[in-house]
Design a protein around this ligand. Structure first.
Ligand code: GDP
Length: 300
């Protein structure tokens, strides 16, 4: 995965070095842990996450599981792998469907994070799986947002509920509610509600998102975050957690070549799982997130 290319290379170098040794001394372990720490920090992983991660790896690497291992270096790599899986959320978390349809999914995140694109990707993925999703255009902030959602809806082959001119225009809460009611009436089983973002965290935007959340009581609130956002990821994620109490995270732009590590911190810092990953601009560039597969790609 391009986003983590540099981190992958750095870790690969560290482990290559380690593999030249047989039994590992405490100094070998400390040296390795220091290099991992630097590589993670340079990849923009949040300091608190790095500290906890490296402390755990160090403690385990100094213990019997490495000392008694046939191949100590390989055992350290295994520990790093397991701890990476853990900070990425452990088990795969699947989308939760409502017991009684429709399942209501609200998307929240900064402008440009990739929400509208994601709405189309998610709808297409669900439709392929036999669901009958509908998109609701409750992002009335950007002039072109409704139109953009209609385009991705068209590409995904799913209906889009958009405000009629003069009816609810300018009132995203009403549009969201009407959209859900429309989906119930038309017996769609999933409703995906796109909401407005701003370039930065903004009190008015957050209130609007919170109002929409309250009005439609979604089964899932997915926080969409650009993996290339850098160190701002943690503060942004915390603000959205406080504002809309999201249930899951979607990482977008994992195809980018930025350092991406901040995105790795989000699950750990918020305690909310990463549910999907978005890896490009076209509708097919989308997959459920598997913590173990992501860790393997980083350690490839
Ligand atoms: P929104 O403001 O959150 O609704 O964001 P958009 O869905 O409009 O996406 C902003 C830009 O990012 C658009 O140009 C998208 O094509 C692009 N984009 C979205 N997801 C991805 C992705 O996974 N990878 C790449 N490379 N670009 C993406």
């Amino acid at each position: 995965m391009a986003t983590f290319g540099n981190l992958s290379d750095r870790l690969a170098d560290t482990f290559k070095n380690l593999r030249t040794k047989g039994k590992l001394s405490a100094a070998d372990v400390d040296g390795t842990v220091r290099e991992i720490r630097r590589a993670l920090l340079d990849a923009d992983v949040a300091l608190d996450v790095v500290k906890e991660f490296t402390a755990t790896v160090r403690e385990r690497a100094l213990g019997d599981e490495v000392n008694k291992a046939l191949n100590p270096a390989q055992q350290v790599v295994q520990i790093v792998n397991e701890e990476l899986v853990r900070i990425l959320g452990g088990q795969q978390r699947r989308l939760e469907f409502a017991k009684r349809p429709p399942t209501v999914i609200m998307l929240a995140g900064l402008q440009g994070a990739g929400k509208t694109t994601l709405a189309g990707k998610l709808a297409r993925w669900l439709a392929k799986d036999g669901h009958t999703p509908v998109l609701v255009a409750a992002d009335l902030q950007r002039p072109n947002a409704v139109n953009q959602l209609q385009i991705v809806g068209g590409q995904a082959g799913v209906p889009v509920f958009a405000p009629e001119p003069g009816n609810g225009v300018g009132n995203p809460v009403k549009v969201a509610k009407d959209g859900v009611a429309w989906a119930v009436q038309k017996q769609h089983d999933v409703v995906i509600v796109d909401t407005a973002g701003r370039l930065g965290v903004d009190a008015e935007m957050m209130k609007q998102a919170a109002d929409i959340r309250r009005a439609i009581d979604p089964d899932e609130v997915l926080f969409v975050i650009d993996a290339m956002i850098g160190q701002d990821a943690v503060a942004t994620a915390k603000a959205f957690q406080e504002g809309v109490d999201f249930t899951g995270v979607v990482l977008t732009k994992l195809d980018g070549d930025a350092r991406g590590g901040a995105a790795l911190s989000v699950a750990s810092v918020t305690g909310r799982p990463i549910v999907f990953a978005s890896t490009g601009e076209s509708l097919g560039d989308f997959e459920p997130f598997h913590p173990d597969r992501m860790a393997s790609r980083i350690l490839d």
